[in-house]
Design a protein around this ligand. Structure first.
Ligand SMILES: C[S@@+](CC[C@H](N)C(=O)[O-])C[C@H]1O[C@@H](n2cnc3c(N)ncnc32)[C@H](O)[C@@H]1O
Ligand SMILES: [Zn+2]
Ligand SMILES: [Zn+2]
Length: 525
């Protein structure tokens, strides 16, 4: 196998990530990344040359057998026309690498534009390629030997910055590593000194180019303090080198631009950094409102006592630690901003902030006044219940893993959903994701509409799941209209999920499982 390439091809912290390799050749980097991202990750190689891809694909079965997972894909195509490869979806990738390929492209800006589209917010291009110290003169660009040496198409490094700025959603490129390229060929050397009397140099450079988050546009003049936790796996010491001149040492608090902080916060690096409270970031006025009325968890003195510090949901604490904003602590137990109008819990009648309004979010101690799970009771609904349960047994008969032991079957179902689910609340943080398969309402199933896998935040309510599911399945949803036939979600036992409950909450009550199926149906109440 022949190796090409320049620079360090592998970015840090890619475990579980989706990675795209542009101009993957025979797939050498794809297979290394396949190991680095692990079984939960995905590595896609694209190349225009069928012969290269044939070699790459030849190794696929061997790698799958040896390591026990299948996470590589190869597609033939042009990196200037990545929209023609339907498997590459907008916002799908954490990292895009390319090793000595961009110099060969005649439309480098088109390549960057596709990368901008395919990256997640906070995602990163990690490109190793050949750059020139000034625009490469025409004579050199037309020279066959220079082309073969990857010099003809070398991009003037400042043009890379210009392209990124023109494309709009990319941060300025950050050089990670650069090494000089000596031109050995005597004739080429002459040609260079003839056409560029005051010199022309070439270098192999690795750049990181981050995709901005939607918050990074207007605040780039501000700074934010961050602390690296020293936790990026595989780094030999406790320093993370983001780019030349920008090293993060474990435990050291440093100031970075607000837009870089936002990118780190959105990116796969987020768990390796602490984002410190007092920053120059814009202060949301709604988080610093003076206390005028009730506050989160307020009620009678005894009631307030019940909402003690150990009742704080853990996500709330994490949220505070990572926030750059000046939160107003409305009561000592709650670190969330006080909402403008207090929201009252229907069970305990205390007032809560937006985050804590659901009973399970403030570990409501009051006895349930309303049944959280509605069970069919009368004769008419018994027939309805039977129809719902039949829908789930139909599915099992079609061989969806019903015969294995339930725990294994559930694991398998979750794994499959994770791979298939592309729609729903896709922007949610990995650890917050909840996967569901949604069966369509009977009248749509009868006309052939298939079940769809969706991604949800586990903090979302059933009401939200219904909206997302109806949207994805493209079925009418009139839940906001009075008197309309209500869309509801049912589990395999025929229980209707209560709209106000969060997925996390229902999981705790064992009313559903992550990776499970729910039926969307118009209720006959
Ligand atoms: C110098 S090789 C590098 C291969 C691989 N990245 C490596 O480091 O070993 C360049 C590769 O890019 C591919 N390539 C060049 N231009 C391309 C384009 N416009 N679209 C897709 N692939 C391209 C070629 O087929 C070739 O496999
Ligand atoms: Zn609260
Ligand atoms: Zn309550």
């Amino acid at each position: 196998m022949k190796y090409y390439g320049c620079g360090l091809p592998f970015p840090e912290a890619v475990e579980g990530c989706s990675v795209l390799d542009l101009g993957c050749g025979t797939g050498r980097d794809v297979y290394v990344l396949s190991q680095l991202v692990g079984p939960e990750g995905r590595v896609v190689g694209v190349d225009m040359t069928d012969e290269q891809l044939a070699v790459a694909r030849e190794f696929q079965p061997w790698h799958e057998q040896k390591f026990g997972w299948k996470n590589t894909e190869f597609y033939q195509g042009y990196i200037e026309k990545l929209d023609e490869i339907s498997a590459l979806k907008e916002g799908d990738f954490d990292v895009i690498i390319s090793n000595c390929v961009i110099n060969l492209s005649l439309d480098k800006k088109a390549v960057l534009s596709h990368c901008q589209r395919l990256l997640k917010e906070g995602g990163e291009m990690y490109f190793s390629d050949i750059y020139a110290s000034k625009p490469v003169p025409e004579a050199l660009r037309r020279d066959k030997v220079a082309w073969g040496e990857c010099l003809s198409g070398a991009l003037f490094w400042r043009d890379l910055y210009a392209y990124c700025q023109e494309l709009g959603a990319l941060l300025d490129p950050l050089p990670v590593q650069a090494s000089a390229i000596e031109v050995g060929d005597a004739r080429l050397k002459n040609l260079i000194s003839e056409t560029c009397p005051d010199g022309l140099e070439f270098a192999s450079v690795t750049y990181r180019i981050f995709k901005k988050t939607d918050k990074t546009t207007s605040t780039s003049a501000l700074t934010q303090e961050v602390k690296y936790l020293g936790s990026i796996p595989g780094s030999t010491d406790t320093t993370f080198c983001l780019s030349h001149g920008r090293k993060f040492r474990k435990g050291e608090t440093v100031s970075v631009t607000y837009e870089l902080a936002e990118v780190l916060r959105m990116s796969r690096y987020k768990s390796h950094f602490e984002f410190l409270g007092d920053s120059g970031s814009p202060i949301n006025p709604f988080t610093i409102l003076e206390k005028t009325g009730g506050s989160c968890g307020s009620g009678s003195p005894e009631q307030e006592k019940k909402f003690s510090a150990d009742n704080i949901p853990i996500h709330c604490i994490i949220h505070v630690r990572n926030t750059p904003l000046h939160w107003k602590f409305s009561v000592s137990a709650c670190h969330e901003p006080r909402s403008l109008t207090p929201i009252t819990c229907a069970r305990c009648n205390l007032s809560f902030c937006l985050k804590h309004r659901h009973p399970c979010d403030h570990k409501c101690t009051a006895v349930s006044q309303q049944q959280s799970i509605l069970q069919a009771k009368n004769d008419a609904s018994v027939a309805f219940l039977a129809r719902i349960q039949a829908r789930f047994s139909d599915k099992r008969d079609k061989g969806c893993g019903g015969s294995k032991n339930p725990a294994t079957a559930q694991k398998v179902a979750l794994m499959r959903l994770k791979q298939r689910a592309k729609l729903g609340q896709t922007g949610v943080a990995e650890e917050e994701k909840f996967f569901l398969e949604i069966l369509p309402p009977a009248r749509f199933a009868d006309s052939g509409r298939a079940a769809v896998p969706i991604i949800m935040s586990k903090l979302s309510t059933i009401g939200k799941v219904i909206d997302v599911a109806a949207d994805v399945l493209d079925v009418p949803n009139e839940n906001n209209r009075e008197g309309a036939k209500m869309l509801r979600l049912f589990n395999a036992q025929g229980q209707a999920m209560s709209e106000g409950e969060s997925l996390e909450c229902l999981l705790e009550k064992a009313a559903l499982v992550n990776g499970g199926s729910l039926l969307l149906e118009y209720a006959e109440e």
